[in-house]
Design a protein around this ligand. Structure first.
Ligand code: GLC
Length: 475
């Protein structure tokens, strides 16, 4: 099959969240199974500077956005068997940063128009066009209303994956004409109307042939309105075409027995070697007492991830454990973290920013991995933590329910982490205190590490589910 992934970000070139990991590792896994996979993303400054000499300009064309005529260049670059296409327009994408600009709607309107143009101009004949989140959401409408479309000769099927329902790409109906050259009828007839605005994501839910989200439990949540951000009303209309497929993680990238950033280990010697990794890390960051358990956090610092609960918990845990937080995000959370570091400097390390090497070191050195998310469509950190024998402490929501078996005192044969329900400080402190206890019971701790490292989260099974869905669409 010939598959095109359309997204706002994709590894290894640009990442703000898990969507970038998924796009890339799913594509890689499909390539391994002999499918022809391309990914198209904007040619952001960061990528253009890095690949300017390597990526090849293969086509240019104008993009008409009512009164605007914008340049578009399509660059091509092959990486690990995946064909990357980069959409080049410096006004929109040659900036520091990826999202959160005032003109994001215009930028991604342009992007969707450009990808649509690519579908007509490059003669690529994709069987499947797989959209990820709102940034690519207007594409099915643009394609299906394009005067050039001839479905008897070219009829790609559209699949939408919802990674985060909170981001919907909402805009004023005025821009249907001003950006997309579309009439207001698509607002009036409900195709794009959402909350008295237009929404990229709504349009994609209405017009894609299949809709998926990234875990089974989150699929249920989106249907019953739990953390659905209003999408439940829309998704229920499409429930026949909606499924959950749980993400995997990239087993090449995350492999404690080969990871170049750490002292390597496997399921047989994890308990001992993880300690060596921990001592190294604590020394490097001036944390005292390596005999204490180490709680690690590798996350975007946003409300979704339950970071404020973690910050509230620090005064209660510090002294009994060391804590290391790696990530960046919302300014108030970063400021609070910085403030706490000054108060608890002996036990608390904070690294504000993104640092791949350090992330690997934290997974290897940690005893427990904190992930008390408010909502979590799938979550990736907890699965990486499993692979490194770092027991995840998660809130029971979304994909965290599907991927972690919490220890309850009776299930040590298969438990591989700890969990809790209430999104409250007391909720989180419960499993944190149990973790301190587990840490003291060496045999139990060892058993849970083994369970965690034996848990399988590779892409194989999930990729097969995607392939089956694609094939069903092409029947
Ligand atoms: C988003 C979700 C996260 C998911 C990731 C990849 O970042 O918040 O739960 O794991 O997308 O699908």
């Amino acid at each position: 099959m010939k598959i095109l992934m359309v997204a706002g970000e994709a590894n290894p070139f640009v990442k703000t969240g898990g969507l970038a990991d998924v796009c890339y590792s799913l594509a890689k896994s499909l390539v391994k199974k002999k499918h022809d996979v391309s990914i198209v993303i904007p040619f952001y400054k960061k990528i253009k500077d890095q690949l300017f000499n390597e990526a090849k300009l293969i086509k240019t064309f104008p993009i008409y956005m009512s009164w605007r005529i914008q340049y578009c260049g399509i660059y091509k670059y092959i990486y690990e068997g995946i064909t990357y296409y980069f959409v080049d327009n410096e006004q929109y994408f040659y900036r520091d940063g990826i999202y959160s600009f005032d003109d994001d709607i215009e930028r991604f309107a342009y992007f969707d128009l450009a990808v649509n143009e690519m579908l007509f101009n490059l003669d690529l004949q994709y069987d499947i066009v797989h959209l990820h989140d709102w940034q690519s959401g207007m594409l099915p409408l643009l394609f299906k209303t394009d005067f050039r479309v001839n479905l008897s000769t070219y009829n790609p099927k559209f699949v939408l994956t919802i990674h985060n329902p909170a981001f919907q790409g909402k805009f004023d109906p005025y821009y249907l004409g001003d950006f997309f050259n579309l009439s207001r009828e698509f607002y009036d007839n409900g195709t794009v109307r959402f909350d008295e605005c237009c929404s990229f994501l709504k349009a994609a839910i209405v017009l894609s042939d299949k809709i998926t989200t990234v875990s089974l439990t989150h699929a249920k949540e989106l249907l019953n309105g739990d953390h659905a951000y209003g999408l439940d009303n829309v998704i229920r209309f499409r429930d026949q075409d909606f499924i959950g497929i749980t993400n995997g993680i990239d087993y090449d990238e995350f492999n404690p027995s080969k990871d170049k950033f750490i002292k390597n280990y496997n399921v047989n010697n994890a308990y001992e070697i993880k300690k060596i990794n921990k001592i190294e890390l604590l020394k490097q960051f001036n944390l005292k007492n390596p005999n204490l358990p180490l709680f690690v956090v590798v996350s975007r610092l946003t409300f979704q991830k339950g970071i404020s609960l973690i910050l509230d918990a620090i005064p209660h845990i510090s002294g009994k454990a060391n804590i290391f937080i790696l990530g960046s995000g919302e300014k108030d959370l970063e400021d609070r973290a910085e403030f706490l570091r000054k108060c608890y400097s002996e036990n608390l390390a904070i690294y504000l920013g993104y640092n791949d090497e350090l992330a690997h070191k934290l997974y290897a050195a940690g005893d427990f991995f904190l992930m008390p998310s408010l909502y979590e469509p799938c979550g990736i950190g907890q699965m990486i933590a499993h692979r490194y024998g770092t027991l995840p402490i998660v809130r029971r929501t979304g994909g965290l329910i599907d991927t972690v078996n919490g220890y309850d005192g009776t299930n040590k044969e298969f438990a591989d982490g700890l969990d809790f329900n209430d999104y409250a400080l007391q909720g989180l402190l419960g499993p944190c205190m149990s973790a301190l206890d587990i840490f003291k019971k060496v045999d139990l701790h060892k058993k849970l590490i083994v369970n965690s490292m034996k848990r399988v989260h590779d892409w194989d099974t999930s990729t097969e589910k995607y392939i089956k869905m694609y094939k069903d669409l092409l029947k």
